[in-house]
Design a protein around this ligand. Structure first.
Ligand code: NAD
Length: 475
């Protein structure tokens, strides 16, 4: 039985509401409509913001210990609802159910991590001359607007909502129209677990709804996760409103495989880049630079591993699910076709699958120029590029030769080289000998066009608070 209800409302002030319009959400594995969802307009956004403003005053006034206790209860409830949320996310964005369950587990971890920190948001005492006591306080901002993508909707929502609430703010979230259902279920679960009404409102809709939220002068902060062009637009609105922003944008991440690497582990990392959410992941290492001494070994192991990839609907827990939409499928096809027309070769895959739903073969491209579109732009599909290099300097230079700077992986047995290369790579996160060691405690964000600000870790609490200096004459 499907866990997805056929009709979803907006989640405002602790309950579901209808709106003037609705939109459909489809299952990318079949193309069938699975639910209709209320589409929020500017009035609905305004109602959500007013509800958040009212709820935030009382939330801020609570003892931080009490905020932490409520959020711990919320985290426990989200953990209990993990499987249900995972199944909903798999239906709406196609992610294999095993991956969705792992991600749903991460969702409660985020909330629990920041719940623990709610009473550890501290200021400093500043030594000043004379008989004075100067100190700082970290105070909440007010209403945080959070605009989200469809690829890891619930996890990314908790990544922002967790620290925002722990720091004493309220949230209005705008999920992507492709995948709003998991976030609506998350809001319902958090509310039923005792989160006060109005602290976490969800207004589904498309770009217009996002624009109404990001430009509203009543918001006090904006966190955007999505593409570079939309991020810049949201950033311009934040400047007009003079509110802090966190922009978590795209990537074109390198993986660098040195001759002393554990080749099996590095191949496994490359397979993750292809299969995790069908390659539709901001940090996917889609540019594989492999040293000439191990190139043939890596290439043949990768081809062997790609042959083993099972493809199917996310609910059957294959290795590789569908991509999000027919439009996404066409974009991927265009990148691959254009690369091949310009002399590159698809040494594996290269085509859409002739079946219902939006499926593309796991694809390895060899021989693409470093400045080809497929080497420079986000393909957002199960496609990686293979390049050969000779020296460490060359690998660093080519790895950094991108407008993005979100992530990188380095595969080597040398401690010295690991440090050297990690330091030289222009990326917000560098993993050594692993594809992802991410936890709620590890800050995440982009260099260059990959964004502004950092999510996760204690640093996220700095973003969701403003600093006040108090200076008292005690003479
Ligand atoms: P997108 O930019 O198309 O949409 C993101 C969100 O912005 C959606 O909710 C969308 O409805 C909304 N939006 C669209 N127009 C808007 C406007 N004018 N004003 C305000 N909001 C608007 O991105 P997407 O296709 O949903 O997601 C894929 C992108 O997200 C990729 O580039 C990926 O790399 C990036 N991403 C980044 C991270 C990260 O943490 N850095 C994580 C996941 C995805």
């Amino acid at each position: 039985m499907s866990l997805v209800s056929e009709e979803y409302g907006m989640f405002l002030d602790g309950t579901f509401h209808t709106s003037g319009g609705v939109f459909s959400v489809e299952d990318p594995a079949t193309g069938d409509t699975i639910a209709t969802v209320a589409s929020g307009n500017a009035d609905d956004v305004g109602t959500a913001i007013e509800s958040a403003i009212n709820a935030q005053r009382e939330w801020e006034a609570l003892d931080p210990q009490d905020r932490g206790t409520i959020l711990q209860d919320v985290a426990t409830a989200v953990e209990a609802a993990e499987d249900q949320i995972a199944e909903i996310v798999t239906q709406e964005n196609g992610r294999p159910i095993g991956q969705s369950k792992a991600i749903a587990g991460g969702t409660s971890n985020y909330i629990a991590y920041f719940a623990d920190l709610a009473d550890k948001i501290e200021g400093e005492s500043i030594p000043v001359p004379g008989e004075r006591h100067a100190f700082t306080r970290r105070e909440p901002l007010g209403v945080s607007a959070q605009i989200l993508p469809w690829n890891a909707p619930v996890l990314l929502c908790a990544r922002g909502v967790g620290p925002a609430l722990a720091a004493g703010n309220a949230v209005v979230a705008k999920p992507a129209p492709e995948a709003p259902l998991g976030i609506l279920e998350l809001a319902r679960t958090m509310s039923e677990a005792g989160l006060p009404d109005g602290l976490f409102n969800v207004v589904p809709g498309g770009g217009e709804t996002g624009e109404a939220l990001s430009t509203d002068p009543r918001i006090d902060e904006v966190t955007f996760t999505g593409s570079v062009p939309t991020g810049k637009r949201v950033g311009r609105a934040a400047v007009d409103n003079l509110v802090p922003m966190a922009l978590e944008l795209g990537g074109k991440s390198p993986a660098i495989v040195f001759p002393d690497a554990d080749i099996e582990a590095a191949v496994d990392g490359a397979i993750h880049a292809i299969t995790m959410m069908s390659g539709q992941v901001c940090f996917a290492t889609t540019r594989l630079f492999v040293h000439e001494d191990v190139y043939e070994e890596f290439r043949s192991s990768l081809l062997e591993a790609v042959d083993q990839i099972e493809i199917g609907p996310g609910r059957d827990n294959p290795d590789l699910g569908p991509v999000i939409s027919g439009e996404a499928l066409s974009n991927i096809e265009t990148y691959v076709t254009e690369a091949i027309a310009n002399g590159a070769t698809a040494i594996s895959g290269g085509s859409r699958l002739d079946r219902k739903g939006h499926f593309f073969e796991p694809t390895i491209i060899e021989g693409a120029a470093d400045d080809a579109p497929i080497s420079c732009e986000e393909v957002f599909g199960p496609v990686v590029n293979l390049y050969e290099f000779s020296t460490e300097e060359e690998a660093i230079r080519r790895g950094n030769d991108t407008d993005y700077g979100l992530y990188a992986t380095v595969w080597t047995d040398s401690v010295g080289r690991a440090h050297r290369v990690a330091n030289a790579l222009e990326a917000g996160s560098v993993m050594v000998n692993q594809y992802s060691g991410s936890t709620p405690a590890t800050p995440f964000g982009g260099y260059k066009q990959s964004g502004i600000g950092r999510e996760k870790g204690k640093q996220a609490l700095d973003h969701y608070t403003q600093l006040k200096t108090v200076n008292i004459d005690i003479s």
